[in-house]
Structure formats: structure tokens, C-alpha cells
Design a protein around this ligand. Structure first.
Ligand code: HEM
Ligand SMILES: *[C@@H]1O[C@H](CO)[C@@H](O)[C@H](O)[C@H]1NC(C)=O
Ligand SMILES: *[C@@H]1O[C@H](CO)[C@@H](O)[C@H](O)[C@H]1NC(C)=O
Ligand SMILES: *[C@@H]1O[C@H](CO)[C@@H](O)[C@H](O)[C@H]1NC(C)=O
Ligand SMILES: *[C@@H]1O[C@H](CO)[C@@H](O)[C@H](O)[C@H]1NC(C)=O
Ligand SMILES: *[C@@H]1O[C@H](CO)[C@@H](O)[C@H](O)[C@H]1NC(C)=O
Length: 332
């Protein structure tokens, strides 16, 4: 199975559950699943629905995993690999460590799909979705460099997107994913107290919101308290993210930059998405597809992983190891 294809589907199913547009799922559903795994969407949906029972944030977390995978050597599932003798995981790179979450739900999706559609598991006859396969490697260094940070300026954001072939429209549309999910205090704290080493708070942050945020985000300490990225409709996939920006209520500097950077060409896009949720959904779908197509592994490159967390060679080694221990036990 090419892990991340399912992640996209899963993320969008949950976006719908969160109240997002029905159209999103329809447009991103590749028809090639019809033959190979007709129940695929039902399976994914049911795993995600289960997870949602106890974790209203899971859809947001999974969509973010997709972003963090795609910006590092393309959408090849490299983010899902655990540390091993040969892999230095991307999970522990600064943008991900103690931040990226939802890996257990990916495992559950993978297990459920394998159970119902075992023929998806690695046969060479599998028609690879959009040519995408899973990586054999991870790159922690690249994961530390390629992902934009919450303190990025507009120029830095544009640059990071351009490196992976995405443009300004993609930047503004995809940032709209911050319409749901949470962020830790440490990702916006400097805006509350000492912005950009000015000794003052960020003037582009609403002062009433600043007062609220200071309560859960004191100037010192671990900064792990969570708050909503979207102050208006925290769990809904809608266009409120953009109207928040118009009233200085973006949570991260990287959010507010899209509207508050003087003379920025992104302002007009923010305004467009504020006045039309349909326009936002249309653009979001297009940009998600563009992001999902960043340097996929095709042909014989990579593999179709049996377990999202390890490369197949590792899994085979484990099986052999297991068998040896088994033999040992039976010989005792
Ligand atoms: C434009 C540059 C971006 C920056 C600088 C950025 C930064 C961040 C940061 C700092 C967090 C909070 C992490 C934490 O506190 O643990 C976050 C959360 C999140 N990001 Fe982004 N992000 C960007 C773009 C995106 C994109 C393109 C997507 C998806 C299409 C996305 C989806 C999310 C979601 C859904 C969450 C909440 C996750 C959760 O609740 O688990 N972000 N982002
Ligand atoms: C896949 O199934 C959907 C819904 O049943 C149908 O509309 C579509 O035409 C099918 N596509 C293929 C390639 O069979
Ligand atoms: C990731 O976070 C864990 C827990 O805080 C820490 O023990 C570990 O050293 C971190 N990894 C890296 C590479 O910094
Ligand atoms: C990670 O990517 C960098 C930059 O492309 C490269 O120099 C390095 O060798 C890569 N590391 C691994 C482990 O592939
Ligand atoms: C932060 O400070 C630097 C150097 O003083 C300046 O070039 C930059 O524009 C500032 N960034 C913001 C967002 O104000
Ligand atoms: C988390 O927020 C509470 C207020 O809700 C505050 O008392 C506490 O100090 C905060 N913890 C951290 C680690 O910042």
C-alpha cells in the first residue's frame, strides 16, 4: 500500500466530518480504488470515525502529517518511518518532535486496509496510485530545513513553497488548513511578549486575543499548552481562518503575515477566501492535489511498505529473527 495516498483520503474524510465541503472528498477520490479495494473509503472512514470519538483533533493532525511528508523529498511516506539501525527518523526533527501526531491512527488504517484488501500489500501487479510508492529512506536533516517555521516571514514562506514547486496561491490556500487543529504556546509565544527582539508584543496581533493567550502561555516554561489555531470555529473546516486574519486574529506569525505584511500580494487572496468559502474549497482541493504530487516515487523506485513504520527489508529481518528465536525455543 502506498501509505500516504490513504492518508490524503483519510484526512479529507475527516475534513467532511468536521463540517467541511462534501466536494472535497469527491474530487480527491481516485477511481482506481474501485477495482482493487472497493470498500477502501468505507474502511478509512470507519477508522477515522472511531478515532474521532476520542480525539476531535485527529483530522487536523493527519492533514498536517501529509504536509510534513510532502515537503521533505516528496510525498513518499518517509515521515512515517521509525528510528532503526539504518533510519534516522524525520519524526524527531524539530518541526515534528513532540508535535507531529496521529501515527497510531495511520497504523490502524493500514491494518484495516490490509485486512480487507490484502492484495494491496505489495504485489507488483498493483496499479500504483498516481505512480506513488513508499520511500526506503528518511532524511532528518532535510525535515529540519524544508519545513517553514511559525516565525517565518512572508518571503520565507514563499521561498519554502517555491522550493517544492508551489506558488503563492498554494501558500495561501494550504495555510487555510489552520482552520482547525491546535498549536503549542511555544510556537507563538514571542508574539505575546518580545516579538522579533523588539521588546514589545507583535503589533499585528489583536490586543484582546493577546491578553487571552497570555493566560495559557506564560513568558517562561515549557510552552506546551495547546490552543486553537482558529479562534472562531476551532474544529470546523471552513473559511473563518481568513476572516480571523482580517481582524488580527491569526495565531501564528506565519498566518498573520499573509494579511498584515504591507503591500503583500497575498492580501487580495485572503479577502477572496473570506468572501467565498466555495472559492477557498476549490483552491484548497487544487493545491492539496498539487502538494500531493510533489516528487512522487514512481516505477521501481521505493517499495510498497507492509508496515508504514519500517522498510520491508527491516520487516523481513524481524521475521527471520523471530523465526530464529522460535527455533531456539523449540530446540530447548
Ligand atoms: C505555511 C507554513 C506553515 C507553517 C509555518 C505551519 C506551522 C504550524 C505550527 C507551528 C503548528 C503547531 C504545531 C504544534 O504546536 O505542535 C501547525 C499546526 C497545524 N498545521 Fe501547519 N504550518 C504551515 C502550513 C500548513 C499546511 C500547508 C498544512 C496542511 C495543508 C498545515 C496543517 C496544520 C494543521 C492541521 C495543524 C494542527 C495539527 C494538530 O492539531 O495536530 N499547516 N502548523
Ligand atoms: C467507481 O465507482 C464510482 C461510484 O460507484 C463510479 O461513479 C465510477 O464511475 C467508478 N469508476 C471506475 C473507474 O470504475
Ligand atoms: C525528541 O523529543 C524527545 C522527548 O522530549 C527527546 O528525548 C529527544 O531527544 C528528542 N529528539 C531529538 C532528536 O532532539
Ligand atoms: C539528506 O539530504 C541532504 C540534502 O539533500 C543530503 O546531503 C543528505 O545526504 C541526506 N541524508 C540522508 C540520510 O539521505
Ligand atoms: C524582524 O527584524 C528584522 C531585523 O531587525 C527585520 O529585517 C524584519 O523585517 C523583522 N520582521 C518582522 C516580521 O517585523
Ligand atoms: C498552562 O496554562 C495554565 C492556565 O490555563 C497556566 O497556569 C500554566 O502555567 C500553563 N502551563 C505552561 C507549561 O505554560
Amino acid at each position: 500500500m502506498t501509505s500516504f495516498h490513504y492518508v490524503v483520503a483519510a484526512a479529507l474524510c475527516s475534513a467532511i466530518l468536521f463540517g467541511g465541503g462534501r466536494g472535497i472528498n469527491a474530487q480527491l477520490t481516485p477511481t482506481f480504488y474501485n477495482k482493487t479495494c472497493p470498500n477502501l473509503h468505507t474502511i478509512i472512514r470507519s477508522v477515522v470515525e472511531d478515532a474521532l470519538q476520542t480525539d476531535p483533533r485527529i483530522g487536523a493532525s493527519i492533514i498536517r502529517l501529509h504536509f510534513h511528508d510532502c515537503f521533505v523529498n516528496g510525498c513518499d511516506g518517509s515521515l512515517l518511518l521509525d528510528n532503526s539501525a539504518t533510519i534516522l527518523s524525520e519524526k524527531e526533527a524539530p518541526p515534528n518532535n513532540n508535535s507531529a501526531r496521529g501515527f497510531d491512527v495511520i497504523d490502524n488504517i493500514k491494518t484495516a486496509v490490509e485486512k480487507s484488501c490484502p492484495r494491496l500489500a505489495g504485489g507488483p501487479e498493483w496499479p500504483v496510485p498516481l505512480g506513488r510508492r513508499d520511500s526506503l529512506t528518511a532524511n532528518r536533516t532535510l525535515a529540519s530545513i524544508n519545513l517553514p517555521g511559525p516565525g517565518s516571514t512572508l518571503d520565507q514562506l514563499k521561498f519554502r513553497f517555491s522550493v517544492v514547486g508551489l506558488n503563492t496561491d498554494d501558500l495561501v490556500a494550504l495555510s487555510g488548513a489552520h482552520t482547525f487543529g491546535r498549536a503549542q504556546c511555544r510556537t507563538f509565544r514571542n508574539r505575546l511578549y518580545n516579538f522579533n527582539n523588539t521588546g514589545n508584543p507583535d503589533p499585528t496581533l489583536d490586543t484582546a486575543l493577546r491578553t487571552e493567550l497570555r493566560k495559557i502561555c506564560p513568558e517562561t516554561g515549557t510552552g506546551t499548552n495547546l490552543t486553537n489555531l482558529d479562534q472562531t470555529t476551532p474544529d470546523d473546516f471552513d473559511n473563518k481562518y481568513y476572516s480571523n486574519l482580517q481582524v488580527k486574529k491569526g495565531l501564528l506569525q506565519s498566518d498573520q503575515e499573509l494579511f498584515s505584511t504591507p503591500g503583500a500580494d497575498t492580501q487580495v487572496i485572503v479577502n477572496k477566501f473570506t468572501s467565498s468559502q466555495d472559492a477557498f474549497f476549490d483552491s484548497f482541493v487544487k493545491s492539496m492535489i498539487r502538494m500531493g504530487n510533489i516528487s512522487p516515487l514512481t516505477g521501481k523506485a521505493g517499495e510498497i511498505r507492509l508496515n508504514c513504520r519500517r522498510v520491508n527489508a527491516q520487516v523481513n529481518d524481524d521475521l527471520l529473527q523471530f523465526k530464529r528465536e522460535d527455533d531456539l525455543v523449540s530446540s530447548i
